[in-house]
Write a protein that binds this ligand. Structure first.
Ligand SMILES: C[S@@+](CC[C@H](N)C(=O)[O-])C[C@H]1O[C@@H](n2cnc3c(N)ncnc32)[C@H](O)[C@@H]1O
Length: 363
């Protein structure tokens, strides 16, 4: 009788997660030290030169860090063994790049204390109220960090609306939760006669003011401080209503009301633009009524790792738990509208256009 020896189960998935923590801090540290800026513009430096450029006492730790960044796909080495930026690092990790994510790397994980508190948050059902102050302090820092990416998304969406015949000559644009003002500044810059209204929490509003002033659109923009569900707006109709990265941080009931407010504002001819990172649709608790087979769900979750981790990030510090496309469809339908198309103007940035159900596309 031969004994069957089963292959050992690999611990790789567990190590991958542990290494996720150290990978994040490798990147954060490289940004803190200015590693990417020291190599910007096609510069190549060996370990000693890079150590000097970042002000390190010794070459060895910088070499370990830089080699780790190579392993993570964030740096490269030339034939002479000198460190160089690869295309992704040049575009996303140098502080001077228009698409820079350098500030976003710092702020994207949300308030630091929300992570060790997450088990408590999940048991309670929402973050401890003591985290609210951290979240309030976090938003003004997050807003400018997201601006380069959101400006790029807004530019692509603006042109798509024009292509679809959903961009009148003098569009009225309302942005609920306008953050940095990147969406408003970009969309207003698209047409000289466009006007806009932005709603934000009062502490974040100065960031939007600055962005609008820098884009020379401040005189066409009304900025209002307060809760986007409550603030009285100076317009009854808007051609474009933006809800960018706000729904996922709201509890379902408030998110649905916010989408309804946007749909009513858009009326029969306007369009609501929802930008978010939707996680897979919820599994039902009753397997018999779950129309997604388990294997498909495993694949869907694996494919949506980024969106799920961002939903978890939101869940850790806000009353929201992410948003699903099924919820968007349901909420839109309940408000007499429908999801007319889904776009991904730049990778990982999902945008949904929602409009009155009976309006036909003119494109
Ligand atoms: C992730 S940011 C998105 C900002 C912007 N829409 C963008 O995409 O760049 C979410 C924003 O919603 C704002 N916010 C959160 N709760 C709000 C509320 N009740 N009323 C108005 N703004 C709110 C936050 O201050 C924050 O700037």
């Amino acid at each position: 009788m031969t004994a069957t020896v089963s292959a050992p189960v690999s611990p790789t998935p567990v190590w991958d997660v542990i290494n996720g923590f150290s990978s994040y801090w490798a990147l954060r540290t490289a940004l803190d030290l200015g590693v990417f800026d020291a190599l910007a513009g096609g510069q190549a430096r060996d370990g000693a030169e890079l150590s000097r450029a970042v002000g390190a006492a010794d070459r060895a730790p910088v070499t370990v860090l830089a080699d780790t960044l190579i392993a993570l796909g964030l740096l490269t080495s030339d034939d002479d063994g000198r460190y160089r930026l690869n295309a992704a690092a040049e575009r996303y990790l140098t502080s001077g790049s228009p698409a820079s994510m350098a500030a976003l790397v710092r702020h994207s994980p949300g308030p630091a204390r929300s992570w060790p508190e997450l088990a408590h948050t999940i048991r309670r059902g929402s973050p401890d109220p003591s985290l609210a102050a951290e979240l309030a302090a976090f938003y003004p820092e997050l807003a400018p960090a997201t601006a380069p990416t959101q400006a790029a998304v807004a530019a692509a969406v603006g042109h798509e609306l024009e292509r679809r015949g959903r961009w009148p000559d003098a569009p009225v644009i309302v942005d609920l939760g306008c953050g940095s003002g990147a969406w408003l500044a970009t969309l207003l810059a698209q047409s000289p006669d466009a006007t806009g209204v932005g709603v934000e929490l009062p502490d974040v509003l100065p960031v939007a003011e600055r962005t609008a002033a820098e884009a020379a659109v401040r005189d066409r923009l009304t900025l209002l401080g307060g809760d986007y569900l409550a603030v009285a707006l100076p317009v009854e109709r808007a051609d474009v209503v933006v809800l960018a990265h706000v729904l996922r941080a709201e509890p379902a009931e408030r998110a649905q009301r916010l989408l309804r407010r946007a749909i009513e504002l858009a009326g029969p001819d306007g369009v609501v633009v929802v930008a978010d990172y939707p996680r897979p649709d919820d599994a039902t608790d009753d397997a018999a009524t779950d129309d997604v087979p388990a294997a498909d769900r495993t694949a869907a979750c694996a494919a949506a790792k980024h969106e799920l981790l961002l939903s978890l990030t939101v869940l850790a510090s806000t009353p929201g738990a992410g948003v699903t496309v099924a919820a968007l469809r349901d909420w839109a339908g309940a408000a007499g509208a429908e999801l007319i198309t889904a776009l991904e103007p730049i990778p990982r940035q999902h945008v949904y256009l929602i409009a009155a159900a009976d309006r036909t596309e003119r494109s």
